[in-house]
Design a protein around this ligand. Structure first.
Ligand SMILES: O=C(O)c1ccccc1NCC(=O)[C@H](O)[C@H](O)COP(=O)(O)O
Length: 207
């Protein structure tokens, strides 16, 4: 089975459709004001309005107020939540949606403990730790820090691109990969050629 792909930081309808046309399984919408990939509720609605069925829409938040998340959930058809800040397990599981907990991995990060602490997460999304930046850094981390026996699906993120995604999949064997900067022409604007090349890399890893 091919590794699933989530393309994150989608801000425009045409980029959502390009991602899907090339085989992406999920798209991510960044509801974080400080991000260059931030979408308003209206932009999010527009970006996903013509998506075909069976494509998952993931809403990304960083330590957001619950009232804001509830408001987004009322107005945008999100299938899953992605918590990219310091949200506790209780905070992550209070919404009527499955969620992924993003972990910014450092050499001393105990990923097995995170899996135990967030037992109701659908997956752990593993991203690079860059001081002072919540995510979308374009940096990769040392994949050998990921234990082989994590009792939870892994979504591998952080600095992935067409040149390294096949190697990443072969080494880590994640459930899914997540990419943002590696398929962009500028922050928040996706590039069809880079998306196509990334998807070829994912397919090549399965051969
Ligand atoms: O994308 C952002 O600007 C962002 C801001 C705040 C928190 C998280 C953010 N992005 C997270 C992601 O898009 C994914 O983890 C992504 O796959 C990793 O980004 P990249 O290294 O650019 O592929």
């Amino acid at each position: 089975m091919r590794t699933r792909v989530k393309i994150c930081g989608i801000t425009r309808e045409e980029d959502a459709l390009t991602a899907v046309r090339h085989g992406a399984d999920a798209i991510g919408l960044v509801f974080v004001e400080a991000s260059p990939r931030h979408v308003s509720i209206a932009q999010a609605q527009a970006a996903i309005r013509s998506l075909p069925p069976f494509i998952a829409v993931v809403g990304l938040f960083v330590d957001a107020e619950p009232s804001f998340i509830e408001q987004v959930l009322k107005e945008v058809r999100l299938d899953m939540l992605q918590f990219h800040g310091d949200e506790s397990p209780e905070e992550c599981q209070r919404y009527a949606r499955p969620y992924m907990k993003a972990i910014r991995v450092r050499p001393d990060t105990n990923l097995l403990q995170y899996a135990l602490d967030y037992p109701r997460a659908s997956a752990l999304l593993l991203d690079a730790h860059v001081e002072g930046v919540a995510g979308g850094t374009g940096q990769r981390f040392d994949w050998s820090l990921i234990p082989a026996d994590l009792p939870m699906p892994i979504v591998l993120a952080g600095g992935l691109n067409a040149d390294n995604v096949a190697e990443a999949i072969k080494q880590v064997r994640p459930y899914a990969v997540d990419v943002s900067g590696g398929v962009e022409s500028q922050k928040g604007i996706k590039d069809a050629g880079k998306i196509a090349a990334f998807m070829r890399g994912v397919t090549d890893a399965a051969l």
